[in-house]
Each structure stands twice: as structure tokens, then as C-alpha cells.
Design a protein around this ligand. Structure first.
Ligand SMILES: [Mg+2]
Ligand SMILES: [Zn+2]
Length: 261
């Protein structure tokens, strides 16, 4: 399976929920989060929430302990290790932040399996407060993509990854994601690549509602109905044990696992 690059979203794809929400909720700051959410971009809000946590006595160790308890489907780790063992190159593209992802990936024993983590930068400052910043500085250099949040266009990251491996010969990409932010990078896929949207999550719905081939955005990415007509390009997310199994790049599709409704 050498020659395959599997690009993973993180929240609700590798782990079973959103790490930002998990930390805020578990530390008891849900009400404040919901109160501030309409007033600023999500990425800015998370940095603000880390400030609030810090000012109310929550330490970086408290955050780490919460991150270590994050729920993950039991098939995820074996699937990642199997894909890696088969020679797939694994990368993460996530709108969470580097501290959360590295803490969880390390705790799960997966640090050596991913060659790259593309996400919002973060660091622990001298006071012990976690600072979280946007991947793209949307004040000085807005990315200009109207599909994506201001702090991160995953499609641009996908294009950079595609360009970075172009000199290594023909590569096949598999993109795994769940959220609306995963739609843009899915549109960057080319003939022979695959997107694996988590079933019944926003990316799945977006592809079902607006198949890119019908929008004329990317005629190479197809979706068709029914098992017999299953498009080569779009597959139900296998990771969560409902319907399909995958060995990186080779799908084993159950006859009763239908495509989009
Ligand atoms: Mg996600
Ligand atoms: Zn975008």
C-alpha cells in the first residue's frame, strides 16, 4: 500500500467527539462558552476559554487529564496501526490545536504513526496558560476561501500536501472526515482518490446534498446511488464499525450498506 497518503481529520474522526467541546464541558465551562460563542470566531474563543480556565485555577495538568479521558471508538487505533503497517503515509489535518492533538495522540501511543500534524498552533506560556492561535492569520493574510472558517482552509492545506509529495511519484489520497470544514479538502481530491465521510455527519450530508460533480466544482469526484453503482470516489466512513471495513486503499463494502439516501 505504499503510495497511499491517508489524511485524517481529528475531532469526531479519530476521536469520537470534539476535543474543544470536551475540554470546556469536562472542566465545567460550558455556559460561558455558549455565552461567548456568538461574539467571536471559534478559534479566538478557544484561546479566550483557555484564559478563563487559567484565571479560575484550572491548570495545564487539569487539561491534560481531561484530554487523556477522551472517548475513542475501539476500532480506531487498530485501523490506524494496520494502515501504517501496510505502508500508508498518515497525516492529520485538524481545526483543533497542536497541544490537544499531540497530548491525545501521545497518550494513545500513536505519535510514531503520523508523519505530519497540520493544525492551529498552540503553546503553554510562562504563566502556564495554553495559548491557541489561528493556522492562517486572518487579519494579515485572509485565505479567501468562502467554504472554510477564517482561521483555517483545509483545502489549502490539502493542496500543499499534494504539492509536497508530487515529486515522489504518483500518490493516491484518502481523506477521512466528518465536518463541514472537511468539504473543501474533499473538493481537492483527484481521480483515483477517495473521500470517506463519516455517515450522517455534516460532510456526508454536504456530499449527499451537493455532489461536487453536479456543482461542476470537481467533475472527478463522483457519487452515485446504491451498492451496485457505488462510486469509486466516495465511501462511507468505516472507522466507527457501521457497515464497512477498510484496509487502507482497499474497501470491503457490505452489500447492505447503502450510499447516500
Ligand atoms: Mg471533525
Ligand atoms: Zn477552504
Amino acid at each position: 500500500m505504499a503510495g497511499i497518503v491517508a489524511v485524517f481529520d481529528f475531532d469526531k474522526t479519530i476521536i469520537d467527539l470534539d476535543s474543544d467541546n470536551w475540554v470546556v464541558d469536562e472542566l465545567g465551562f460550558t455556559d460561558l462558552f455558549n455565552q461567548l460563542l456568538p461574539t467571536m470566531p471559534w478559534n479566538t474563543l478557544m484561546d479566550t476559554m483557555m484564559k478563563e480556565l487559567h484565571s479560575q485555577g484550572k491548570t495545564i495538568d487539569d487539561i491534560v487529564e481531561v484530554l487523556k479521558r477522551v472517548p475513542i471508538h475501539p476500532r480506531i487505533i487498530p485501523a490506524i496501526k494496520a494502515a501504517h503497517a501496510l505502508g500508508c503515509e498518515l497525516r492529520i489535518v485538524s481545526d483543533a490545536n497542536l497541544f490537544f492533538i499531540e497530548t491525545i495522540v501521545k497518550h494513545l501511543g500513536l505519535s510514531d504513526y503520523f508523519s505530519e500534524i497540520n493544525t492551529n498552533p498552540s503553546y503553554v506560556d510562562e504563566e502556564g496558560r495554553l495559548r491557541i492561535f489561528p493556522y492562517h492569520d486572518f487579519h494579515s493574510s485572509p485565505h479567501g476561501c468562502n467554504l472554510c472558517p477564517p482561521n483555517m482552509c483545509k483545502g489549502m492545506i490539502m493542496e500543499r500536501i499534494q504539492a509536497s509529495v508530487a515529486s515522489e511519484g504518483k500518490k493516491k489520497f484518502i481523506y477521512l472526515g466528518d465536518g463541514s470544514g472537511d468539504f473543501c479538502p474533499s473538493l481537492k481530491l483527484r481521480e483515483g482518490d477517495h473521500v470517506m465521510p463519516r455517515k450522517d455527519y455534516p460532510l456526508w450530508d454536504l456530499i449527499c446534498k451537493k455532489p461536487p460533480s453536479r456543482q461542476g466544482r470537481n467533475p472527478r469526484m463522483e457519487r452515485r446511488r446504491g451498492p451496485r453503482e457505488r462510486a469509486a470516489s466516495t465511501h462511507q466512513h468505516n472507522f466507527h464499525g457501521r457497515g464497512e471495513q477498510v484496509v487502507c486503499g482497499r474497501m470491503q463494502v457490505r452489500d447492505d450498506s447503502d450510499g447516500c439516501p
